[in-house]
Design a protein around this ligand. Structure first.
Ligand SMILES: Cc1cc2nc3c(=O)[nH]c(=O)nc-3n(C[C@H](O)[C@H](O)[C@H](O)COP(=O)(O)O)c2cc1C
Length: 194
């Protein structure tokens, strides 16, 4: 399965099968047109009852800097003896990705089933975004680390924790390398029943 940076994939199947989570990115911003195309793909995800429960927040430097006190606090709580190296490492995870997108899904406190279906729809939208990027040679990694659930995120985005749930961040950029991942064999996951 081929992957060439910046080159469109030949088929949808090739995009689906070759996609990998990318953990290291080149220090280069992503073309705005490619990002817009990916948001357009996300917008067309399925959602029951036409709720369109997703929101995508592309976080620039000023917004990311607002997250750093939360990052530091998480490091401190995990390890009271943390060295400056550990703080630096954790901060880099937020400050270094060429693009960083927070993804939220609408909450429905009075209707848990609606909220669950909306979460499912938002995951579809997120993956549409990731696959669209991948089809253009741009990599992504979905992360659900502690910072993505921290109150500083809601403050930085200016959204209410009662109305939206941040389901994760997506780091985006041109891949430094594409990892290999072992997947289950088809026979282990697909069953034709009589
Ligand atoms: C809901 C979800 C949350 C994830 N959170 C993280 C994360 O916090 N940190 C991380 O390194 N990868 C995270 N990943 C990426 C997975 O590690 C990755 O999908 C897995 O290694 C399989 O690799 P692949 O995406 O290349 O198929 C997450 C993936 C999903 C679907």
């Amino acid at each position: 399965m081929s992957f060439t940076e910046g080159q469109p994939m030949n088929s949808a199947q090739e995009t689906l099968i070759s996609r990998r989570s990318i953990f290291s990115f080149r220090d280069h911003p992503v073309d705005r047109n490619i990002l817009e195309e990916a948001f357009e793909a996300a917008r067309h995800a399925p959602c029951h009852k036409h709720t369109h429960p997703w929101k995508f927040y592309l976080m620039g430097e000023a917004t990311r800097l607002q997250l750093i006190p939360g990052v530091d606090q998480i490091v401190r709580l995990k390890n009271p003896e943390a060295t400056s190296n550990l703080f630096e490492k954790a901060r880099r995870k937020i400050l270094e990705p060429p693009e960083l997108i927070a993804v939220s899904s609408r909450k429905s406190p009075d209707d848990p089933f609606r909220e669950e279906e909306d979460y499912a729809a938002t995951v579809c939208a997120l993956h549409n975004l990731v696959l669209s990027l991948w089809s253009r040679g741009v990599g992504a990694q979905w992360t659900t680390g502690a910072i993505t659930r921290d109150p500083v995120v809601y403050d930085a985005l200016g959204v209410s924790e009662h109305e939206e749930r941040v389901i994760g961040f997506v780091k985006v950029g041109y891949p430094e390398e594409v990892p290999r991942t072992k997947k289950k064999a088809l026979d282990e996951i697909r069953f034709y029943l009589p």
